[in-house]
Design a protein around this ligand. Structure first.
Ligand code: NG1
Length: 466
């Protein structure tokens, strides 16, 4: 097997996985078909958690765990989809202007999200959906699922690149990242775009300083004396259920905080906290939090009546702006008040930490980077209420064994932690997690806890099988 388009981003095992998928797909579609293989990594976020949907920066790395998706064009509008893991059932759907999703939780919705994104984007550039080719796709995902490592973004990015390749469509990576940034809205998560950008724009041995509105990314070299231990709590952070409700609630709380702050500061056109930060060149967390404290109670009723009075806007308009409309409208638990002050304090202080973290990494000040990660975890636990007792225990274990810093990574509510350490300390930290967390919890640890490396972003190649 060789690659007709050379790409140094793929490692040997990924090429082998693509070749195996390619042979299987060729048996399905016939020997003459052109085969394309997309490789899309997951990501681990070093710092900047729950800031992306406020339009504020993040600092993730693309990881050396990837999804490989092989595709061939079909002479129809059909998309057929199979997964190398038989627990994910085969699916088939048709390219059309509005693709109806499968019921919530279906794995193939991430592929539908990708396909819908490509259709919508290229419709604006004169590509009619009726003129596109469908595709036969075969997937092999090795990014741990529901672990806060963005297996969903890896699948969505892989499917996006594969569908574009079979249709001869191309975009610069930054534009592809903007296009797929909103794709998970299709599955009902109001996600911010970090995961897709990290998967597409990652660079070997670099973290990415990603900013939004407009999307841009700058690689930040990982110091050679730094290592990353990533450990999955095996507490399922499943975005199709309770975690999605919690996540979307945080999105609403943050955008309400932004609007209240904007009113207090006489700013117009504000949707998210990032708009406030961008409007105030000389901002600092303490001053903005104080302004919010003066402008509104710390928590507000979920019926939004009080919010509407404070914003001096009709309640139905406030509800539509914050919760969306129609089938996509977010339902808020009427018994739980919306936390405004705590959420804003996390997002604003986390933004400050991201900016300091970039400087600390660039200057090789790993102790400082570790301290910022520890502060981030605390803020996520205390102000954002998205840690769990198990994640807290793992973070403690890692720090106790010599990690320079450790924190939950991703949305939280389960999922993984990331620990920053000196390479020589990594095995001691893993051993401490095994002894202090996995064994007492009766959990398998072999595939759950490892040193991860920053890997290159997603790419697509044409396969030439022997
Ligand atoms: P994970 O951990 O992959 O579910 C989620 C969002 C990100 C970001 C983080 C929190 C999705 C698909 N991704 O990540 O955009 O908001 O939480 O920083 O929901």
């Amino acid at each position: 097997m060789s690659r007709s388009i050379a790409s140094q981003a793929w490692d040997k095992s990924e090429i082998e996985r693509a070749a195996a998928l390619g042979r299987d797909l060729r048996a399905q579609v016939g020997g003459d078909a052109r085969l394309f293989a997309a490789r899309a990594p997951g990501r681990v976020n070093l710092i900047g958690e729950h800031t992306d949907y406020s339009g504020l920066p993040v600092l993730p790395v693309a990881i050396d765990r990837s999804t490989i998706l092989v595709a061939a064009s079909l002479p129809s509008l059909r998309v057929t989809l199979r997964n190398a893991d038989p627990s994910y059932p085969a699916r088939e759907f048709v390219l059309q202007t509005r693709i109806p999703p499968y019921p919530a939780g279906d794995w193939a919705n991430y592929v539908k999200a990708a396909v819908q994104g490509v259709i919508d984007h290229f419709a604006g550039r004169g590509v009619e959906v009726g003129g596109m080719s469908g595709a036969a796709m075969l997937v092999d995902g090795r990014v741990p699922v529901a672990a806060g490592l963005s297996s969903s973004a890896a699948l969505t990015v892989g499917a996006t690149l594969a569908l574009m390749a079979v249709n001869g469509l191309d975009l610069p990576p930054i534009e592809t990242a903007s296009m797929v940034a909103r794709s998970e809205w299709y599955v009902g998560t109001m996600a911010g775009g970090m995961d897709q950008a990290a998967s597409l724009l990652g660079q070997r041995d670099h973290a990415l300083f990603i900013e939004f509105d407009p999307l841009r990314a700058r690689p930040v070299k990982m110091p050679s004396d730094a290592a990353l231990v990533v450990a999955d709590s095996r507490e399922i952070a499943d975005k199709s259920g309770k975690v999605r409700t919690e996540y979307n609630r945080r999105v609403v709380e943050c955008s309400l905080a932004a609007r209240l702050l904007a009113r207090a500061l006489n700013l117009v056109g504000v949707r998210v906290l990032g708009d406030v930060v961008r409007a105030r060149k000389e901002w600092n967390t303490a001053a903005l939090v104080e302004a919010l404290r003066r402008a509104a109670p710390e928590r507000l009723d979920p019926d939004l009546l009080e919010a509407s009075a404070l914003l001096d806007a009709p309640a139905d308009v406030v509800a539509r702006d914050l919760l969306g409309e129609g089938a996509a409208r977010i339902a808020l638990d009427p018994a739980r008040p919306l936390e405004i002050l705590k959420r804003a304090r996390h997002v604003l202080s986390e933004t400050g930490r991201v900016l300091e973290a970039v400087r600390a990494l660039e200057e090789g000040r790993l102790d400082e980077m570790g301290a910022l990660m520890n502060q981030s975890h605390r803020s996520l636990a205390e102000d954002f209420d998205c840690s769990t007792a198990r994640l807290d225990r793992m973070v403690e274990c890692a720090r106790g064994a010599g990690a320079l810093g450790a924190r939950l990574t991703g949305a939280g509510f389960g999922g993984s932690i990331v620990a920053l350490c000196r390479p020589a300390d990594a095995s001691r930290i893993i051993a401490a997690l095994v002894r202090g967390y996995y064994v007492p919890s009766g959990l398998e640890w072999q595939d759950a806890c490892a040193v991860f490396r920053a890997s290159p972003g997603a790419s697509v190649i044409e396969l030439a099988l022997d």
